[in-house]
Design a protein around this ligand. Structure first.
Ligand SMILES: NC(=O)C1=CN([C@@H]2O[C@H](COP(=O)(O)OP(=O)(O)OC[C@H]3O[C@@H](n4cnc5c(N)ncnc54)[C@H](OP(=O)(O)O)[C@@H]3O)[C@@H](O)[C@H]2O)C=CC1
Ligand SMILES: CCCCCCCCCCCCCCCC(=O)[C@@H](N)CO
Length: 330
């Protein structure tokens, strides 16, 4: 082979494979597999939408499943529907995550957890100026403080059980794409979901020595009972911006979430736009996959360019909408 063909080949292959090998050596946490068969999976918000879909899937894969939510009747219905679909009897806990003591009691009764999935969430979009402080506090209390209550209550026994069994465990937290980018109408919601990222990154440092892996899941709009409610209140601009990312079905989000959890992945995007968002917002988040790390490094600059194009588009929509409304008023 002539050297004119060989040298460009060498110039790319050698550094690329060198980088891949380097990344495989340094990415942390180290790759793992977290089994769920026969293990205790505890899912909050497991009576509806994404949580219910995860509960059903985990039960079908042979996990012992507990679900927690407020409304007793919807919990009963969820238990019946999972029994019908899988033959598995799930444990139900009627608790408000804002009540730390009630959360601790439920977790005590349910027994040590192997996979804790903090999925409960409320989302009522509205412009900050119009949204009442009570509702802002409610969103932060359920989405953020509720997650603190759950982790504080579950962690001691999780650590003990992980040590005893020698099997890695997981704490998974449901964020949203609005937890990666601030979106019109979502000041309270985005704040609560961005906060979960800080919690997750810091927590992963604290629990890695105990063989516990943290996962942060970022779904786009997903067809669920909660989402149907949300749509009725969504400001028009919020709708336009959220349409940048494709809608999903709860079963698909559940499958992707559970696969990510079992692979011990830190960031779990759920669709193509989500993968782009995860690359552009990678920052200093943990990364156990050297291939994903390679993609982040390769596309970071280009994705920032794409992100700026999206922002241009969103701000243009906002400008147009205001121009239209002002002309109506005059
Ligand atoms: N659907 C979507 O478009 C998206 C959703 N997400 C996130 O996914 C998660 C699930 O959403 P989704 O399935 O759509 O929501 P749903 O509204 O369909 O279900 C929410 C679940 O959380 C429970 N829950 C709500 N508040 C509390 C509380 N205070 N204490 C205990 N349980 C509570 C609900 O039960 P009950 O009311 O009986 O308490 C229900 O089981 C949320 O965290 C949401 O932010 C993220 C991105 C997109
Ligand atoms: C490189 C740049 C890529 C850009 C991709 C753009 C995608 C951004 C769309 C944001 C959508 C926010 C939806 C929130 C869903 C949600 O959380 C509510 N349904 C309430 O739960």
């Amino acid at each position: 082979m002539s050297s004119s063909l060989l040298s460009p080949l060498l110039i790319t292959i050698v550094p690329v494979s060198g980088l891949l090998i380097f990344l495989a050596l340094i990415t942390r946490p180290r790759p793992t597999r977290i089994p769920i068969k026969g293990r205790h999976v505890f899912i909050t918000g497991g009576s509806s939408g994404i949580g219910l879909a995860i509960a059903r899937l985990a039960a079908a894969e042979g996990a012992r499943v507990s679900i927690l939510a407020r409304n007793r009747q919807r919990l009963d219905e969820a238990r019946d529907s999972i029994r019908l679909a899988t033959g598995v009897e799930v444990g139900i806990y009627s608790v408000d995550v804002r009540d730390a003591e009630a959360v601790a009691r439920a977790i005590e009764v349910a027994g040590p957890i192997d996979v804790l999935i903090c999925n409960q969430g409320v989302f009522t979009p509205q412009e900050l100026e119009k949204q009442e402080m009570d509702e802002i506090k409610f969103i932060v209390d359920v989405n953020l403080m509720g997650t603190f209550h759950l982790i504080k209550a579950a962690l001691p026994n999780m650590k003990r059980k992980t040590r005893e069994t020698g099997l890695p465990s997981s704490i998974a937290i449901m964020s949203a794409q609005a937890g990666q980018v601030g979106v019109y109408g979502y000041t309270a919601y985005s704040a609560s979901k961005f906060a979960l990222r800080g919690l997750s990154e810091a927590l992963q440092h604290e629990v890695i020595a105990d063989n516990i892996f943290v996962s942060l899941i970022f779904p786009s709009d997903t067809d669920t009972p909660g989402f149907s409610e949300e749509l009725r209140r969504r400001p028009e601009i919020s709708k336009i911006i959220a349409a940048s990312s494709g809608g999903m079905k709860a079963d698909d989000v559940a499958r992707i979430s559970l696969n990510g959890i079992k692979a011990g992945r830190f960031s779990i995007p759920c669709n193509f736009e989500g993968t782009m968002l995860s690359i552009v917002t990678a920052g200093l988040s943990p990364q156990s996959s050297f291939m994903a790390a390679f993609l982040e490094i390769s596309f970071a600059g280009f994705m920032r360019f794409v992100a700026l194009c999206f922002q241009w588009n969103w701000f243009s929509s906002i400008e147009k909408w205001h121009a239209k409304n002002n002309s109506k008023q005059n």
